[in-house]
Design a protein around this ligand. Structure first.
Ligand code: SAM
Length: 355
């Protein structure tokens, strides 16, 4: 399918997809060191002057919302909560007309303290990343002993009304792939919405291995059977009781959502799987990305970026910024191409792009 090139209005690409969902990275830094994301020593962080200021971020979001038809803004990173101005940025974006829906993806550290202020500033909801419920495993996986802080962050978000609180989990073979049922039980017990994300080739170490990735099919099978402890003798009766979940396709319209969702045990609780690698959804992608240093990316896996910071600091007006943003999105590729033999992992890792 081809589309007419957008010279005004929305962010359309040559395949006719319209980007309405903006992911904004507030910083490339993080206070965890997840082994599948970055090395123990961290990364060469962006220098202060390279980062967009709070006002520059709000200006670019205003262009996206006011001129380019963006209706959803998700703040991410790095770890967005370590940006000192995060509450003020949320408040300024919530004051835009038309007001976008605003969410934030976080590792949850400090969220218990910040949640009320973020809610008051206009944040609608959060996604919290949590890959394991075992404290020792959490410390090994993230290289920080902070599981209790993440659990407090989740509870704080729910108490502040940042709902639905969603949990993102990445499963890795031999690391935490036995925890899918336990993570779902935990989410159900607390009223959180769990989604599993297939591991993608976006790590700083370039160590991604397709064979080590736990696929969407495997995740669903494990949930249905209950994993290794799928059956247990029912004391006294000798009967065998399944501990797996009954998963049925969610009748709700998926739209451009990356997660495919299933009703758990008849609903209304749901579980999602983001099968970016084995079940790509590029044909419905409605995302555009802004990095912490002001580069527009049409895709997580794009190898090209378009510099809005330079234009902005050189005095470009909003029309010019919008024109550059449209031009960047017009060049969006049809798919991420992970299965293509010519696939090249982007130079910047997930933490620097904004996951
Ligand atoms: N620090 C925040 C957090 O932890 O949610 C936001 C940034 S983090 C990069 C966003 C999400 O990307 C997290 O849920 C993380 O688990 C996930 N992630 C990181 N590297 C990934 C990879 N290679 N494949 C899939 N998901 C990844």
């Amino acid at each position: 399918m081809t589309a007419a090139r957008g010279t005004d209005g929305v962010l359309v690409d040559r395949y006719g997809r319209v980007a309405r969902d903006l992911r904004v990275s507030l910083t490339d830094k993080c206070n965890l060191r997840c082994t599948y994301c970055m090395p123990a020593e961290g990364l060469p962080w962006l220098a202060g002057p390279q980062l967009l200021s709070d006002d520059e971020i709000v200006r670019l979001v205003r262009v996206a919302v006011g001129r380019l038809g963006v209706t959803e803004v998700r703040f991410t990173g790095g770890e967005p909560l370590i940006r000192p101005g995060v509450v003020g940025i949320v408040a300024a974006v919530a004051a835009l007309e038309p007001r976008p829906r605003i969410s934030l993806t976080t590792n949850g550290l400090g969220l218990d303290r910040l949640a009320p202020a973020l809610r008051a500033a206009g944040l609608d909801r959060v996604n919290v990343s949590l890959d394991t419920l075992d404290a020792g495993r959490f410390a090994r996986l993230t290289r920080r002993d902070r599981l209790a802080d993440v659990l407090a962050g989740l509870a704080g978000a729910a108490a502040a009304g940042l709902t639905p609180v969603k949990i993102n989990s990445v499963l890795m073979r031999g690391v935490n792939d036995d925890e899918a049922p336990a993570l779902l039980r935990f989410a159900l017990a607390h009223g959180y919405e769990l989604r599993f994300i297939e591991q993608m080739p976006l790590d700083a170490q370039h160590g991604w291995d397709r064979a080590a990735m736990v696929t969407a099919d495997e995740i669903l099978a494990t949930l249905r059977t209950g994993g290794d402890a799928r059956t247990r003798g029912d004391a006294g009766t000798g009967a065998t009781r399944r501990t797996g979940f009954d998963l049925t396709p969610d009748p709700a319209e998926r739209g451009a959502a990356p997660a495919e969702t299933w009703l758990v045990d008849g609903g209304p609780a749901r579980v999602g799987v983001i099968g970016s690698v084995t079940r790509p959804f590029c044909g419905d992608c409605d995302r555009t990305r802004l990095t912490a240093d002001g580069q527009v990316r049409a895709c997580l896996f794009a190898t090209e970026e378009s510099d809005l910071r330079g234009a902005l600091r050189a005095g470009a007006d909003d029309d010019e910024l919008a024109r550059r943003w449209r031009a960047a999105m017009w060049g969006k590729r049809a798919g991420h191409g992970i299965d293509d033999p010519t696939f090249l992992q982007p130079a910047r890792p997930m933490s620097a792009i904004g996951g």
